[in-house]
Design a binder for this molecule. Sequence first.
Ligand SMILES: Cc1cc2nc3c(=O)[nH]c(=O)nc-3n(C[C@H](O)[C@H](O)[C@H](O)COP(=O)(O)OP(=O)(O)OC[C@H]3O[C@@H](n4cnc5c(N)ncnc54)[C@H](O)[C@@H]3O)c2cc1C
Length: 285
Amino acid sequence: MMTSQAPVHTPASIAEALSLRAAHPEAWLLAGGTDIMVYLEAHAIDPPGFIDLWQVADLRGIDAGADHIRIGACTDYTAIIDDADCQKHLPTLVEAARTVGARQIQNRGTIGGNIANASPAGDTMPVLLALDAIVELQSEKRGLRSVPLADFYTGYKRTVMAADELIAFVRIPKPSAADRLHFRKVGTRMAQSISKVVLGGRLRFDGDTVSEARLGWGSVAATPVRSTIAEQMLVGKPLSAQSISDAVAALAGDITPIDDVRSTADYRKSVARRILRSWLETLAG
Ligand SMILES: Cc1cc2nc3c(=O)[nH]c(=O)nc-3n(C[C@H](O)[C@H](O)[C@H](O)COP(=O)(O)OP(=O)(O)OC[C@H]3O[C@@H](n4cnc5c(N)ncnc54)[C@H](O)[C@@H]3O)c2cc1C
């Protein structure tokens, strides 16, 4: 197995981690290492150093407030799956966490690592986009700042995170009783597969009328994206055959999938249309 000879800093607190981050902006943050180890093995990266966040207890754990749930960036998938508040309020995040790799990856991979790795195929981001999640970035100099996940990605594997920042927390508003949530991952098989298409959805109803629509997608663009044109087709009216068809058709303007080793652009477009229609038709009853 490939290893790195680069120095590894091991902070024990957020303050120490931020100070190391400011002093060594070229070093890579290391959380569970489940993405980084793959890159090292493939000789795809050669970082001059690492800041290992695994021992920073303050970056782990899940706190439920009155109107939101705040998850530490270094919280692993197993902790999310097992957490009673996540099960109750964020069932689609729990579902997504259950599909990430297998038990070994769920015990080690973190939500902050998934977000920061910025893969368009990451499983939690479509769900987090649908839930209007906020990324809390922290630096020694400027403290905490909140960035909606919808504004976090600027291009393929690019984010707004500055060289002296780390992701400290993810804050997720609790869905209301009027929200209907959805998670659908299409991959080669149920376990251990990177997605071909992922949909995280949230529709809020005021009576029969859709008052808010969020459709988060994975593997259909250079970054995790929301399909805002399709969302607009749904808002302000009851779900009907017409509004569903309009939203499905509008997807063409929202997503830009590519051909790659896992799938083709045409297949991804067709699957995206199909899984959106299937969810909306189920909701419409
Ligand atoms: C066998 C296998 C199966 C997998 N299956 C899936 C899957 O089904 N779905 C899926 O989405 N992913 C999958 N992955 C990818 C990976 O497990 C996830 O992306 C995981 O969440 C990464 O978290 P980590 O803590 O291991 O990140 P690391 O590997 O430690 O880091 C990943 C990136 O994030 C940065 N980073 C980490 N923490 C922070 C932080 N707090 N602030 C800022 N930057 C940070 C690192 O510098 C690095 O760039 C799989 C990986 C493997 C090896």
